[in-house]
Every structure is written in structure tokens, then in C-alpha cells.
Ligand binder design. Structure first.
Ligand SMILES: Cc1cc2nc3c(=O)[nH]c(=O)nc-3n(C[C@H](O)[C@H](O)[C@H](O)COP(=O)(O)OP(=O)(O)OC[C@H]3O[C@@H](n4cnc5c(N)ncnc54)[C@H](O)[C@@H]3O)c2cc1C
Length: 425
């Protein structure tokens, strides 16, 4: 099968099977990886007049982008408090503004290119798992005063009007966030790119890139691409083709499930077609699709668990802890995907060698940030601006080697225990 067995693959728009690269070609820019970052980069490049080829090991959006929760919201995988601590308020404000641009860009692409079956629905609720009225009100004011970002405060009764669960207390509602079908978005974008002249090669893995005299040779088993610039957008699936990147991120698994149709129970439990997430460090996020099926995501791990039954058991526990009424529902699908996380939890957007760009490590917040970072790299290549430099304070940092995954798992377990302790009301 071309795609893993996800909800998105089962509702994907029709696509051509794209041929692998055969022989040698030459383009201005070669992009490695056809996820949301690579596709966004390609779109900006072709619109700015470059010739572009994308080389994809599997298929368009086969990686995290086409399996994700589909929640699109401002911000980065790292929290604003930590970003402020690292770069100060002013630079953090500029970074936040970039993240908003990513949200707007997706919305704009859907409209401008009339992308089909993206199922865009507005609105997102962040619900507190323990009483936090004062903290959430303070956050709302902080975001309005410092980031010109408006959120609405919801009392516990209002939150429980939307989500019929005793698990949630107060919440913050964002009307600027939305959710959508990320695979159809990427597949639609790929069609637009091909119409504009971008070459997309599927089932073609890049093994190595050699740099000679201002030119890059992108080496694959069935042919080579000569390009002035190459952009690595391999996300959590990146490998030895970029040794600098490999040393700087950890592939982290996360999981999703899709329930059977819930009938009237769906709207009894979740009364609005918005997305919902809780305030845990690696919390639950979910939304209804097709009116009455629940698409639920939670948990992270450095273990590459793919056994569907085991995953379904873990995620069902999380879902039933919030909605006990769902204890007996059938799980139709369950899947995992890999995200790339750097230790600083910010994207790595840099040009470590002349003509070789890295645009990766968007963590669990990659739909808007992958979009904007891919666009920024394209603009830098074309000499439009150097806005990508705003991410330079983060860059390539050692991932901890063999100890990296151990530390990441322990940190996650510690944070879960802290969450449970705070929620013991
Ligand atoms: C289950 C899940 C739920 C998520 N939910 C959300 C969400 O709701 N909102 C949000 O903002 N983010 C979410 N994320 C995170 C988000 O999906 C990612 O951060 C983002 O999609 C990463 O995009 P990318 O283009 O960098 O990588 P990917 O989409 O992973 O694409 C990378 C591509 O590169 C290809 N590739 C890698 N190496 C090579 C090579 N050597 N040669 C050729 N091709 C190569 C891979 O095959 C892959 O297709 C989620 C992630 C997962 C896994």
C-alpha cells in the first residue's frame, strides 16, 4: 500500500502514482522530502521563478504531515515562556508573528488554489484539566498585550457545554485556529506544484548529497539531481543523508485513533465542530470527523511502536478517562507517526554548508511552522529576505547521542506524573 492505514488515507483525493527518478536531471533547487515543509518551500520557489524537483522516499505527505491531527494554530512546539527566556520578548514576538503567518498561509493556499476536500473547520478550545481560572485569564491578557493575539475565556460550565466531561474546567477559545484534512491539503498542493512545473519523484530515497564547485549532486539509487541548492525537509524520517541534522534531533512517535461512527452520542459529548486539546504537556487533542467519528491523538514515545492493537489500548485509556461513555466503542483505525524534535524544541532552519539547507524539526506543531519555515527558506534562496535567521538562536544542537532517547522518555514520564499530581482534584 502507498500510505499507512490512516483515516486520511481512506478519505484521500485521487492521486497519480508518481514515478521514481530515472537518470540524471538538473534543476535550480532540489528538495528532499514531500511533507508540508518541502511542499511549502517548493510552492514559494516555483512562484519566484526557480526550477524545482522534490525527491520523496515514499509518497507525497506519507510522513507526519499526512498522518497528523490536522490542528492548525499559532505558536511553536516550544512554549512562548521558554522562547522569551532564550531570545527576549521582542524576538519572541517576531517569532510568534511568523507562526501566525504559517496559519494564514495554509488558509490562503486552500482558497487561492481551490484545494478540494480539505474539510477546514474553524475554532479550537484549550481545556484545563484542573481548575485554573486565574492562570488562564492572566494568559489571555498576556497574549493580548504582548502578542496582539486574542483568545476568549470560557468558564467551566461553558467548557462543559462544548465537551460533556467532568474532566475539564475552564478553557481558552481561539477563533483563529482551525482544523483540516492534512493529507488532502498536501496532495492538492502537490497537484498545484506539478501544474506549475515542479517535478515530484516518489519511491526515491536520497542517500547522499555531494557538494562540488558551487553545485550539489543529490544521489539516489536510480539517478542523480544536479542542483545549485538542496533543501532537506525529511522531518522525523531524516537519516544519514544529513549527518549534521541526524546528530541534532530525535525521532519521536505519537499516535492517533479513529472511532467507529458514534451516531447521536457524538454531538451529545462534543457539541461543536471545533478541535479540542487539553493543557497537559503532551496532552490529548481531538475532533469529530464526518460528523460523528472521533479522531483522537495523544502520547509520545521514543519507541517506534506500530502494533495497532497495543496503540489502540493505550489511546482508548486516555479517551475513556475523559469520556467514560466511549468505553465500548469500536476503534476503526489506529496509527503512529514520527515527529522530529530538537532539544530546544524549535525548528532547525539553517544553511550549514553553502547551498545545503536544513528545514526540519517542527515537533508536534509542524503544520503552521513547517509551512512558514519552508516558505522562508525559499525566500532566502531567492534573495527576498533573511527572515529565517530569526530561528538561528536555536539551530543545530547535539541530541544527546544514545542517551538522548532515554532522557526524552524520562522527561515525558516525569511530566505525565506532574500532570496527574496537579489533576488530583
Ligand atoms: C500523529 C501525529 C499527529 C500530529 N498532529 C499535529 C497537529 O495536529 N498539528 C500540528 O501542527 N502538527 C502535528 N503533528 C506534527 C506535524 O505533523 C509535523 O511536525 C510536520 O508534519 C512535519 O512536516 P515535515 O514536512 O517536516 O515532515 P514529514 O511530513 O514527516 O515529511 C518528511 C518526508 O520526507 C521524506 N524523507 C525523509 N528522508 C528522505 C530521504 N532521504 N529521501 C527522500 N525522502 C525522504 C519522508 O518519507 C517524508 O515523507 C503531528 C505529527 C504526528 C506524527
Amino acid at each position: 500500500m502507498q500510505y499507512p492505514n490512516t483515516y486520511y488515507a481512506s478519505t484521500a483525493i485521487a492521486q497519480p502514482i508518481r514515478a521514481p527518478l530515472q537518470g540524471d536531471i538538473e534543476v535550480d533547487v532540489c528538495i528532499v522530502g514531500a511533507g508540508i515543509a518541502g511542499l511549502s518551500c517548493a510552492l514559494e520557489l516555483i512562484n519566484l521563478g526557480k526550477t524545482v524537483a522534490i525527491v520523496e522516499r515514499e509518497a507525497v505527505a506519507w510522513g507526519a504531515s499526512g498522518r497528523s491531527g490536522g490542528l492548525v494554530m499559532a505558536g511553536w512546539a516550544q512554549g512562548l515562556d521558554a522562547i522569551e527566556q532564550r531570545v527576549g520578548l521582542k524576538k519572541s514576538q517576531a517569532l510568534f508573528e511568523l507562526s501566525v503567518r504559517g496559519v494564514d498561509k495554509i488558509r490562503q493556499n486552500i482558497t487561492d488554489y481551490a484545494l478540494q476536500h480539505c474539510d477546514l473547520k474553524e475554532g479550537q478550545l484549550m481545556a484545563a484539566r484542573y481548575p485554573q481560572g486565574d492562570e488562564l485569564r492572566a494568559k489571555l491578557h498576556y497574549m493580548a498585550d504582548n502578542y496582539e493575539f486574542s483568545l476568549a475565556f470560557l468558564e467551566t460550565e461553558q467548557v462543559r457545554e462544548i465537551c460533556r466531561t467532568q474532566r475539564y474546567f475552564q478553557g481558552l477559545y481561539s477563533s483563529q485556529s482551525f482544523h483540516f484534512h492534512p493529507l488532502n491539503y498536501c496532495l492538492g498542493l502537490a497537484q498545484v506544484l506539478e501544474e506549475k512545473g515542479v517535478l515530484i519523484f516518489e519511491k526515491t530515497a536520497v542517500h547522499e548529497v555531494k557538494s562540488t564547485a558551487g553545485s550539489q549532486s543529490v544521489i539516489t539509487a536510480t539517478g542523480n539531481i544536479q542542483a545549485r541548492q538542496v533543501v532537506f525537509c525529511g522531518g522525523g524520517y531524516s537519516g544519514g543523508e544529513t549527518p549534521e541534522l541526524k546528530r541534532s534531533f530525535l525521532p519521536i512517535s505519537t499516535y492517533m485513533l479513529l472511532t467507529e461512527p458514534l451516531g447521536p452520542l457524538a454531538s451529545q459529548l462534543i457539541s461543536r465542530p471545533i478541535s479540542i486539546m487539553d493543557d497537559r504537556r503532551a496532552g490529548d487533542y481531538y475532533r469529530l470527523v464526518e460528523g460523528d467519528r472521533l479522531l483522537w491523538g495523544s502520547r509520545i514515545s521514543t519507541a517506534k511502536k506500530t502494533d495497532e492493537d497495543h496503540l489502540a489500548t493505550l489511546l482508548r485509556q486516555d479517551m475513556v478517562a475523559v469520556y467514560p461513555e466511549l468505553g465500548e466503542v469500536k476503534i476503526d483505525k489506529c496509527w503512529s507517526g514520527l515527529m522530529a524534535y530538537a532539544g530546544h524544541k524549535m525548528p532547525i532552519v539553517t544553511e550549514p554548508k553553502k547551498g545545503q539547507w536544513i528545514c526540519s524539526a517542527f515537533g508536534g506543531h509542524g503544520l503552521n511552522t513547517g509551512t512558514v519555515c519552508g516558505t522562508l527558506v525559499a525566500q532566502a534562496i531567492c534573495g527576498i529576505n533573511n527572515d529565517y535567521r530569526q530561528l538561528e538562536p536555536f539551530g543545530l544542537a547535539w541530541n544527546g547521542g544514545v542517551l538522548g532517547p532515554v532522557v526524552a522518555n524520562l522527561t515525558y514520564k516525569y511530566l505525565r506524573i506532574r500532570d496527574q499530581w496537579q489533576e488530583r482534584v
